[in-house]
Design a protein. Structure first.
Length: 228
């Protein structure tokens, strides 16, 4: 019997969460290997031997090592170890999922990632001060411009690629949920399709979705309590 794949991740990482949820839903056999980003464990010499980019997620499959979440999805799928519903085998179905995964890098992921980094991650870790109000407004405007694109261009049906959940939904929702840490919640009035879609993704992938997002939920609640 082959050994389980070792999966290196941290739930603070958006793609780490999305991939973890996908593997759990698809019953991919793996050994979880947490890497504490807050303790900078990804920067150790030991981890550098696993992932030369010193980021998460990453996998080790025997003697083979691989970084980058989308590459890992494709690798596991080609090995027959990833859910065909979440990442289709058909040429057109896979192409549609890939289309979103490629599109989001310079849209949803970029806008939400910069907001998270500058308005939460850097200030919390003492790397940079909290942005000024006008800077927050500028980042919020960029996030909402991309949420608008998501609303108009992608959400014609229940999920991004049609009527069923795919990894496209997991990756997109994980990015948007990250900015809860910045005390930003998507407005149902402004983006009704996005809000309903986020809830569908959560419901369709629970209990794993909530388990993976527990850190985000708890920290965002703590920040609200601190302001009261």
């Amino acid at each position: 019997m082959s050994k389980s794949i070792k999966y290196y991740y941290d739930f603070l990482s958006q793609p780490s969460r999305a991939l973890w949820i996908g593997m759990k839903l698809g019953k991919t056999p793996f050994e979880g290997c947490p890497v504490a980003l807050r303790k900078r464990e990804q920067l150790t010499d030991e981890y550098k031997k696993i992932n030369r980019f010193q980021k998460v997620p990453a996998i080790v499959d025997g003697k083979f090592q691989l970084a980058e979440s989308v590459a890992i999805v494709r690798y596991l799928s080609d090995k027959g170890q990833f859910s065909e519903q979440l990442y289709p085998k058909s040429l057109e179905g896979r192409a549609r999922v890939d289309e979103f995964l490629e599109w989001q890098h310079l849209s949803i992921r970029l806008a939400c990632g910069l907001f998270f980094r500058n308005a939460w991650l850097y200030p919390v870790n003492g790397i940079a001060p909290m942005p000024k109000t006008e800077q927050i407004q500028k980042m919020t405007k960029e996030v909402e411009a991309n949420l608008g694109l998501l609303e108009r261009l992608w959400l014609e049906k229940d999920f991004l690629i049609g009527d069923q959940l795919t990894v496209a939904d997991l990756f997109g929702a994980s990015e948007i949920n990250q900015i809860k840490l910045c005390q930003y919640n998507v407005s149902a009035k402004q983006f009704p399709k996005v809000v309903k879609w986020l809830e569908r993704v959560r419901e369709s992938s629970n209990p794993y979705f909530d388990e993976a997002h527990n850190f985000v939920y708890q920290k965002s609640k703590q920040a609200v309590s601190a302001k009261v």
